[in-house]
Write a protein of this length. Structure first.
Length: 325
């Protein structure tokens, strides 16, 4: 008689596991704030900090020593304006941050490319009245991309969900001879409430409206495939589904349909929910992250952007962690 439990005995269970998490797939987001000199705790994301340009070097070195392969950088500039000039200033926070990391270590540096941290209104594009302008924003995204590549970014990750942003960025990079710099497009990015804690982390709350006019409707799946297809046609080398856990169906479809390197972003709200529940004693933090991350990988993610990457690496290094949940 077939007994499924035979393969669930300790040891055998691990041998037949279909999915293995690996530190090699993980990407740690880092917030760099040029106004501070010491790391500053992010209240809505316990355990996460904004780094200063100085502390960033220490943090990057630590991550490299722990074996985290890559970081995703977000910048908090000293000044914001209507049109987000700071986003492509050669002495801007991200440009300086990238140079510092690349001078001191070998981490793969991915830069988030968006206007929302640099505009006074907090939207991801230029505005007229309360409308976010798509086509007028595109040349600026191209300029930002080239300035990131110039600073030494290894991968450019546009997150603004402007139509044709990938083409604009690829064109600008190629013109400036950054033909070998890959684009990781936030292709299927939903207008999600799970970005809540990020607004504190990156101070990117918006002055009016919402992002529903340019980010995707959580009710839609077929549209995600369309978005991904367009980005691939425009030159995206890798694509992303974001958030991760409520969107595992999308992740699976994208991976099956296109077969391109696919990243999933376990976003701020997904992180903080687990940490907050664990703080109350309602969940085991480590077990919850292991399960969530394993399921994200099982659903098709080749890479996972997670705020827990450093913690995972620390536990692996201390051999505290079982690889399989
Ligand atoms: C900027 C951006 C956001 C996130 C990543 N890039 C916020 C947003 O689109 O509103 C969210 C990441 C997270 O919640 O961890 N466009």
């Amino acid at each position: 008689m077939r007994r499924m439990r035979r393969l669930r005995a300790p040891g055998i269970r691990e041998m037949v596991a279909e999915t293995q998490l690996s530190l090699k797939d993980m990407i740690q987001p880092i917030f760099v704030d040029e106004r501070i000199s010491l790391p500053k705790a992010i209240e809505a994301m316990p355990g996460q900090f904004r780094q200063s340009l100085e502390s960033l070097e220490v943090e990057a070195g630590l991550l490299e020593d722990l074996g985290v392969p890559a970081v995703l950088l977000f910048g908090l500039p000293a000044q914001k304006d209507e049109v987000g000039l700071g986003a492509y200033d050669p002495e801007g926070v991200i440009q300086r941050a990238v140079r510092r990391i690349k001078e001191t270590c070998n981490l793969i540096v991915i830069t988030d490319l968006c206007l929302c941290e640099y505009t006074s209104h907090g939207h991801c594009g230029l505005i007229r009245g309360e409308t976010v302008l798509n086509d007028e924003t595109l040349p600026i995204l191209g300029k930002i991309a080239s300035s990131h590549a110039e600073a030494g970014a290894d991968i450019i990750a546009p997150s603004g969900m402007m139509d044709h942003m990938v083409r604009a960025i690829r064109t600008a990079l190629d013109l400036d001879e950054y033909t070998d710099t890959p684009i990781l497009s936030y292709a299927a990015k939903y207008a999600s409430t799970f970005y809540g804690p990020f607004r504190e982390a990156a101070e990117s709350g918006f002055a009016f409206g919402d992002r529903k006019g340019y980010q995707m409707n959580p009710a839609n799946a077929a549209e995600a495939l369309w978005e991904v297809q367009l980005d691939i046609e425009e030159g995206a080398d890798m694509v992303m589904v974001k958030p991760a856990m409520p969107y595992l169906d999308i992740l699976r479809m994208v991976k099956d349909m296109f077969g391109v390197p696919t990243a999933a972003y376990q976003v701020s709200g997904e992180y903080s929910m687990i940490v907050a529940a664990a703080e109350r004693g309602w969940l085991n933090e480590e077990a919850a992250f292991l399960e969530a991350l394993t399921c994200i990988k099982r659903a098709g993610a080749d890479m996972i952007i997670t705020y827990w990457a450093k913690e995972y690496a620390t536990k692996i290094n201390n051999e505290e962690l079982r690889m399989i949940p």
